[in-house]
Design a binder for this molecule. Structure first.
Ligand SMILES: O=C(O)CCC(=O)C(=O)O
Ligand SMILES: [Fe+2]
Length: 264
C-alpha cells in the first residue's frame, strides 16, 4: 500500500496508530500531563546539573527541533557488543516484523515500514538482560539522558520512557511520519535514536530524513526542507517527537540497526 497519495492528516492518523503501539509491560501512568503546548527546554534551567547537554544544545533542541550527539558511548567494545547482541536477537527470532496494531486488527505493510522490532522493557526482559549486557549499558545511558532533562529542566517532569530495537533488512524503509501528536494527553515528547551501524557508508543508504520545519520554535520554514542524518555508529539523535516529521530512506545494507527511546 502506498500512503503517498493520501491527504497528510489521514496519513498521519494511520501512522500514529502504527507509531504509538506501545509496550504492554510499561508502568501505569500516575500523573497525567497534557502535551498540547510548545516544548520549553531553556527557561528556568539548573545549569549546575548540565553534563551531557550544554545550555546551547538544549536551546538548539527547542529551536531547531533536533540535535546530534556523536561519540555518545565512546567505547568500541560496547558498541560492537550492541551490534552482536542485536544480530543474535534478530537471528533467534526475538525481533519481529513491525506492523500496525489496533486491538485485534493487524496490518503489516513493508511499503510503510520495513523494520523488524522488539520492545526493550526492563520488566518484560528481566531474565534476558544478563544475555544482553551491552544493550543494557546503553539503556542505562539513555535513562541518564532522561534524568538529566528532569534534573536540569525543572518543569520537564517526564512521565515514562519506552524503548524499541529495530532492524531494517535490505530494502527496508519507513515512510514520512511523526512519532506523536500534540493535544492527546500523555504523549511522546522527545525521540532519541541511537545508531550503531558498523562502517556505515553512503551506498548503505538508510539515512534518517528529518524535515526541519519545527513548529515548536514559532519560525516555521518551508515544509520540504530537510537534513539527512547518517546512521553511523555511536551517534545519538534527539528530536521533538510531536513537531518533527521524518522518514527512513531505503536501506541497502544487510542490516540497519537502531535503538529508539521515547520520553513521555
Ligand atoms: O531508525 C530511525 O532512524 C527512525 C525510526 C523511526 O522513525 C521510528 O521507529 O519511529
Ligand atoms: Fe519515527
Amino acid at each position: 500500500m502506498d500512503l503517498g497519495n493520501l491527504p497528510s492528516n489521514l496519513k498521519f492518523q494511520i501512522l500514529s496508530i502504527l507509531g504509538n503501539k506501545d509496550d504492554k509491560g510499561s508502568k501505569e501512568i500516575t500523573n497525567e500531563i497534557e502535551v498540547n503546548d510548545k516544548i520549553n527546554l531553556s527557561d528556568n534551567i539548573e545549569e549546575q546539573f548540565l553534563k551531557l547537554f550544554s545550555r546551547d544544545s538544549l536551546l538548539d533542541l527547542q529551536e531547531k527541533g533536533f540535535i546530534v550527539v556523536d561519540n555518545f558511548l565512546k567505547d568500541r567494545e560496547i558498541i560492537d557488543g550492541i551490534y552482536e547482541e542485536t544480530l543474535t536477537l534478530y537471528q533467534n527470532g526475538s525481533v519481529k516484523q513491525a506492523g500496525m496494531n489496533k486491538s485485534t486488527e493487524k496490518w503489516n505493510d513493508k511499503m510503510i515500514r520495513g523494520d523488524y522490532m522488539m520492545w526493550l522493557n526492563k520488566d518484560t526482559l528481566k531474565d534476558k538482560m544478563d544475555s544482553i549486557p551491552n544493550i543494557s549499558s546503553l539503556l542505562k545511558e539513555l535513562e541518564g539522558v532522561r534524568s538529566e532533562l528532569d534534573t536540569v529542566v525543572k518543569h520537564f517532569n517526564s512521565q515514562k520512557i519506552s524503548t524499541q530495537l529495530a532492524v531494517y533488512p535490505k530494502g527496508g524503509r519507513y515512510v514520512k511520519h511523526r512519532d506523536s501528536f500534540t493535544g492527546q494527553g500523555v504523549n511522546r515528547r522527545i525521540t532519541m535514536i541511537y545508531y550503531y551501524n558498523k562502517n556505515w557508508k553512503k551506498e548503505d543508504g538508510g539515512e534518517l530524513r528529518l524535515y526541519t520545519n519545527n513548529k515548536n520554535s514559532g519560525n516555521s520554514n518551508n515544509e520540504n526542507k530537510y537534513v539527512d542524518i547518517e546512521p553511523i555508529a555511536d551517534r545519538l539523535l534527539l528530536f521533538l517527537s510531536p513537531f518533527m516529521e521524518h522518514e527512513v530512506l531505503e536501506s541497502h545494507s544487510e542490516y540497519r540497526m537502531a535503538i529508539t527511546t521515547w520520553i513521555y
